[in-house]
Design a binder for this molecule. Structure first.
Ligand code: HEM
Length: 506
């Protein structure tokens, strides 16, 4: 039979398409049934190809999809042909505190060629240790004591601005309903600006975002896309080629603003109890090179601000949704301090309910919902009882872990009581069997958060001073559901609406 013109020209294309199909089908079959990770549970589609992972990463739904997969397949799941994630408490020790360090996975952490290392993305353990040793003294409790007046200065400004906003609204008979989310960003970025560079971003003063910060939010989202592209080197190569020059310039200018801030700070003669003073105190051979300072302070501006702002927003959102808990907290704060000026970090440190509220906020709203992948050392390792071959990227799902009913009673409810000192020793308490150690919002081990004391201090001061000064409540039907927020490495920003009235009884 004679072949038609059309089918003859289709011939080679069909052969190519068929070959590609066969190649991918064989690869998927190998991945699912014969790969060294084939014994790890997980859905076939995710084990066969990286695509479902990429799609959910780009959609911002990855944390929620992992949660569903963990509920179905257990605490150890295969989430790509060559990658495993964990939602078991032992993962904190097995991955982050083993005898031989699991290094950060370059897919997520590698710097662009030619760029300097920063404390957060340095993969080489010696380089990282040098930086951490230099920076650590800036984050001790002693350092925090010296920084306390700076924190009060900004929290007082926040309270002043919100008081003004509430009184403007009530005098013009407008609703006293506010989106409080940006205000938490204003204060945390202003504090970091002051402690890092000796100059505030002036967001509180101007009641709006500094342009540098507005731009930053887009770049955090873009980082998910860059990570997705890195799984396909050709796509990454093409992506880097097609980035428009205007965007590259914007990126350079963004970085340059930090370089300029560092420059100005380094030229100060005055002694300040800030973070940079500890970096300056060490010479650049033992501490940071100038480029490393720039890169470190660039990432720290986000790591030290956006994280704390997320927890503040999440915790207040839960407090207004659980008015009985807000009432207990308000009583604790208002009874302990008869004047606003009496509020100090030392006293806040010992208030049981305030600290329980913060721990519960950190449990339900961890600003880093999944701890990004590390690579299993070449000799392989056992994680949560499962043998994982060397070189496999492994991560921890703290969002899933923190809401796991097998770890926590009423796991998805906001119940600060579970953190009160006696609840873990009282056999009649519903929280007696809670696994508090499973909650590690600041991570553990040699790469754990250096800023935990500072972050907790900010959380305590802001919540205590706000609750002392204002009566908060939830606007009917408009409370944000935390579970609906997407994640692009960090948690998506959405309005957090609250009603807020200055106390009348003062
Ligand atoms: C509630 C607020 C915060 C939370 C929950 C938090 C959480 C974390 C986590 C989970 C990591 C480890 C990331 C990883 O290894 O994958 C980390 C690292 C880090 N954080 Fe925080 N952070 C917070 C606030 C801060 C603040 C205020 C600062 C300083 C201004 C800070 C400085 C750092 C630094 C320097 C590292 C890198 C440590 C290293 O690699 O040696 N963080 N943080």
């Amino acid at each position: 039979m004679l072949m038609s013109e059309e089918s003859r020209s289709l011939g080679p294309a069909a052969v190519v398409a068929f070959s590609v199909f066969v190649y991918f089908a064989l690869r998927a079959t190998y991945n699912v049934f014969f790969h060294p990770l084939s014994n790890v549970p997980g859905p076939y589609t995710w084990s066969a190809s990286r695509l479902p992972f990429i799609i959910s990463l780009l959609n911002g739904t990855i944390v929620h999809e992992f949660q569903q997969l963990h509920r179905k397949y257990g605490p150890v799941i295969r989430i790509a042909p060559d990658e495993v994630t964990f939602a078991g408490a032992e993962a904190w020790t097995d991955i982050l505190q083993p005898r031989e360090q699991f290094l950060k996975d370059p897919v997520w952490w590698a710097k662009q060629p030619g760029n300097p290392d920063s404390i957060i993305n340095a993969i080489n353990p010696e380089i990282h240790a040098r930086m951490r040793k230099t920076l650590a003294p800036a984050f001790t409790l002693r350092a925090l004591r010296a920084q306390e007046p700076i924190l009060h200065q900004y929290v007082n400004l926040l309270v002043e601005k919100l008081t003004q906003l509430a009184s403007d609204a009530s005098s013009s008979n407008e609703t006293t309903e506010f989106d409080i989310a940006p205000w938490f960003n204003y204060i945390t970025f202003d504090i970091f600006g002051d402690l890092g560079f000796g100059e505030s971003f002036n967001c509180l003063q101007n009641s709006r975002y500094h342009p540098w910060i507005a731009l930053l939010f887009n770049s955090v989202k873009a980082a998910s896309f860059v990570a997705a592209a890195r799984f396909y080197p050709l796509v990454e190569f093409l992506l880097l080629k097609i980035i428009p020059p205007s965007l590259k310039k914007m990126q350079r200018d963004h970085y340059q603003q930090i370089v300029d801030k560092v420059e100005r700070r380094l030229n100060y003669e005055l002694e300040r109890p800030d973070i940079m003073s500890h970096v300056i105190a060490i010479d650049d051979k033992r501490g940071f090179s100038r480029d490393e300072i720039n890169a470190t302070f660039m990432v720290l501006t986000t790591a030290g601000s956006e994280t704390t702002a997320t927890v503040l927003g999440g915790t207040l959102n839960y407090l207004v949704s659980y008015p009985d808990k807000l009432h207990i907290l308000s009583n604790e704060i208002r009874q302990r301090f008869s004047t606003f000026e009496d509020i100090t970090l030392d006293v806040l440190f010992s208030l049981p309910y305030l600290n329980a509220v913060i721990n519960e906020g950190l449990r339900l709203c961890p600003p880093i919902p999944w701890v990004l992948p590390r690579k299993v050392p070449a000799s392989g390792a056992t994680v949560c009882g499962t043998w994982i071959p060397g070189g496999t990227p492994v991560s921890i799902q703290q969002y899933t872990l923190n809401r796991d009913p097998s770890y926590f009673s009423s796991a998805t409810s906001f119940l600060p009581e579970r953190w009160l000192p006696d609840e873990n020793s009282n056999q009649d308490s519903p929280f007696y069997n809670d696994h508090r150690d499973a909650v590690q919002p600041f991570s553990v081990g040699p790469r754990s958060c250096l800023g935990e004391h500072l972050a907790r201090a900010e959380l305590r001061l802001v919540l205590a001073k706000l609750v002392w000064k204002f009566n908060f409540s939830a606007p009917k039907g408009k409370v944000l559901e935390w579970e609906q927020l997407r994640t692009f490495l960090l948690v998506e920003k959405r309005p957090i609406l609250v009603r807020m009235k200055p106390r009348q009884d003062l």
